[in-house]
Ligand binder design. Structure first.
Ligand code: ARG
Length: 390
């Protein structure tokens, strides 16, 4: 059986099917947290040295070994997988194997409960920064197109019915503004959750004068989560808020994808997508299909599903429960997949071709009815009479 971190040296504990069940997909998803776990572990080691738990030589050896492990992981020389129970156990096992007694000291004053929390917090921060950047890139691409082609006329729709004359610029810049708002929300959410759980141990603190402020500052946190039980109770809730922010982006992405799939259809014929976003049919030789746009639309379903799964897992009393482990896969899956989708948008928008003639042809004369009624109102006719007479 695995030599568990918590093993007392006898042969008690899970093995076989139970061991596989407990680890679940954990080692797979911990690959996304591993670099953050190492960053936080280095801050923890420095903090232990500041309060005299580690001497300078031990601190330096642990720090070097952690840096080495980080590089080995990034370069593919160290793989996270069975028999590790999770990423946290893998780090300690590596340090102990490499440094012996000194390696065994790394876990002084911490629990895997605050260890996973701090790694998740750093992951969320990085993903919210990436979301912020992706949304600003998208807004920039829309604004560039609005500047270049904004004057092309097209109908404005309500209820999917032609309503009034409008422009490509209005359509394009509307998305720019939406994504600027989501970028702002990502920055706000990042600062809302930028507090340090490190040092809260299993949820009840620890009888050591840990330099929590120092480790928080070293990791770029703005403040501490003060109550240790709250630190555990916030697990999943912070993830939920970050995912909600991502959902704001994928909601707008869904609308864009809908517009594009309509406007690219022969029925509208307003836009052509670059060929790299199109696929063919296995049976109908005449078809080109906007599969990429449809999968962009489906991203919101992925995020919505993740929010539901996460929320369901949080039906728990106070404190840490292993149930919380299942919040990782939906969170990470949704963020990785959502960001991959969002990063396609600037190029998709930049390479969109407008069919100016088809857009103009869709402006039926009666689309001017509202303007005409308003013009009469300007000349003194009561608007309702002008409306009725139109
Ligand atoms: N894989 C675990 C999780 O994600 C790590 C924490 C384990 N803690 C424990 N007390 N068993 O929650």
């Amino acid at each position: 059986m695995t030599d568990y971190l918590w093993s007392k040296g006898d042969d008690r504990g899970p093995d076989g099917a139970v061991q596989g069940f407990l680890a679940g997909e954990d080692v797979v998803w911990d690959r996304y947290l591993f670099e953050h776990d190492i960053t936080a572990s280095r801050a923890h080691v420095a903090g232990l040295a500041r309060i005299g738990i580690l001497n300078d030589d031990e601190r330096a050896r642990l720090d070097d070994a952690l840096a080495h492990l980080g590089d080995a992981f990034a370069g593919g020389a160290f793989e996270l997988g069975p028999p590790h129970e999770d990423g946290h156990s893998a780090i300690e096992a590596y340090l102990t194997e490499r440094l012996g007694e000194t390696g065994k000291k790394v876990h002084t004053g911490r629990s895997r409960n605050d260890q996973v929390q701090v790694a998740l917090r750093l992951y969320l921060r990085a993903r919210l920064d990436a979301l912020d950047e992706a949304c600003r890139d998208i807004a920039g691409a829309f604004l560039d197109r609005a500047a270049a082609d904004g004057g092309l006329v097209m109908p404005g729709y309500t209820h999917l019915q032609r309503a009034v004359p409008s422009t490509a610029g209005l359509w394009l810049a509307g998305f720019a503004e939406a994504f600027i708002d989501v970028a702002g929300l990502a920055a706000l959410t990042r600062s809302w959750l930028n507090s340090s759980p490190l040092g809260t141990a299993a949820g009840y603190g620890v009888n050591l004068p840990l330099d929590r402020e120092g480790t928080a500052a070293a990791l770029g946190f703005d403040r501490l989560q003060i109550n240790p039980q709250y630190a555990q109770n916030s697990r999943g809730r912070f993830e939920f808020q970050a995912l909600s922010c991502l959902a704001q982006a994928t909601l707008e992405l869904r609308r864009l994808a809908w517009d594009l799939s309509l406007y690219a259809s022969a029925e509208f014929g307003f836009v052509k997508l670059a060929s790299r976003y199109l696929t063919g049919s296995s049976i109908m030789p005449n078809k080109t299909n906007p599969d990429a746009v449809e999968l962009l639309r489906a991203q919101h379903a992925v995020v919505q599903g993740a929010l539901t799964e996460l929320q369901a897992a949080l039906a728990l009393p106070s404190g840490y429960h292993r149930d919380l482990q299942v919040t990782k896969p939906p969170l990470i899956r949704a963020f990785e997949s959502g960001l991959r989708a969002l990063r396609l948008i600037p190029d998709l928008v930049a390479t969109l071709e407008f069919d100016a003639a088809k857009m103009r042809a869709a402006i039926d004369p009666e689309l001017h009815a509202t303007d005409a009624a308003v013009e009469q109102a300007l000349e003194g006719v009561a608007f309702r009479d002008a409306y009725r007479g139109a």
